[in-house]
Design a protein around this ligand. Structure first.
Ligand SMILES: C[S@@+](CC[C@H](N)C(=O)[O-])C[C@H]1O[C@@H](n2cnc3c(N)ncnc32)[C@H](O)[C@@H]1O
Length: 286
């Protein structure tokens, strides 16, 4: 199947909203935090954001079973840094990336070219809910902090299952609902997270329901670990550092920089109140 170049999302689609969210004020952002957008996996005494971000990428590639024989599909690759890292550390045969934000595709392609790996790491514009590849193409599918946005995540589970070869493996970093909000403040907090962050309501459910939905899509040997304590606070304290805030204001402008930090504060508050959880996921197509 041929993979299209730039797609144009209909204004009314969720894809269009997500692309506007990520595509605005992205210029100059590609090298901030070396291009990583993930929250980091702050374990084993890791001190810096870059160490924690690479630890996260390493864990998800491992959960997705990536090795020297793999053909990996990475969905929602952001700035593409994670795929250059995976190529260097895991040496798979081929990586294809798919992202809904055209500017991310351009930035990631440029990064692959600068790292001389454009032949083995290819970045495409498209949506997780309509993956432009044939059935049974990939040995591994992964996604880091992107499935919360997909309209819907269930549709992505079905697509991931379809494009995986038999015995193929899925690895995901994602968010779930820890418990229902109990009062107006908690409802407002959760509503703010969901609407500011472009998360469809259909994707707001528990880790237990997450596992049941993967199972319904056909996946087996499902393992879901809740690791909020190793992810959300570490990222919040990183973003709160005055140097980071100043750098972001310089790159994105004062308003967009502040808006990003407001989302970080709201997310951290929702986590501290026990409303949201962060999960690491492994599942297999048997
Ligand atoms: C929080 S960023 C994470 C980026 C990257 N995985 C990282 O951790 O650095 C979420 C990414 O998912 C992408 N995304 C959101 N919805 C998508 C969809 N339906 N299909 C493909 N990519 C999508 C966004 O464009 C963005 O690049």
């Amino acid at each position: 199947m041929s993979v299209p170049q730039q797609k144009h999302w209909d204004k009314a689609t969720h894809e269009s909203k997500v692309e506007s969210f990520y595509g605005s004020s992205v210029d100059g952002f590609g090298d901030f935090h070396n291009g990583y957008l993930n929250f980091g996996l702050w374990e084993n005494g890791l001190k810096t954001y870059l160490e924690a971000a690479e630890n996260m990428v390493h864990r998800i590639a491992s959960l997705a079973g990536v090795n020297q024989n793999s053909h990996l599909l990475d969905i929602g690759f952001g700035m593409g840094t994670q795929d250059v890292y995976i190529l260097q550390k895991f040496n798979p045969q081929q990586i294809d990336g798919l992202d809904v934000t055209w500017k991310h595709v351009e930035i990631a392609r440029d990064r692959a070219a600068r790292n001389n790996c454009g032949d083995r790491v290819r970045f495409h514009h498209g949506s997780a809910t309509e993956i432009p590849f044939d059935n049974e193409t990939f040995t591994s599918v992964m996604s880091i902090e992107a499935p919360e946005h997909f309209y819907t995540r269930d549709k992505f589970f079905g697509e991931a299952y379809r494009v995986l070869k038999p015995n193929g493996v899925l690895g995901i970093a994602d968010y779930t609902l820890k418990r229902e909000p109990r009062n107006v403040i908690e409802k407002t907090l959760l509503n703010a997270v969901v609407s500011l962050w472009q998360v469809p309501r259909e994707n707001v459910y528990s880790s237990k329901s997450y596992g049941e939905r993967l199972s319904k899509a056909g996946f087996k040997n499902i393992d879901i670990k809740e690791v909020g304590a190793l992810t959300i606070p570490g990222y919040y304290y990183e973003q709160k550092r005055p140097e980071v805030k100043a750098e972001l204001a310089k790159i994105r402008g004062f308003v967009a920089g502040r808006l990003g930090f407001i989302i970080d504060i709201i997310l951290f508050q929702a986590y501290q109140r026990g409303l949201i959880e962060y999960i690491l996921v492994h599942a297999e197509k048997k």
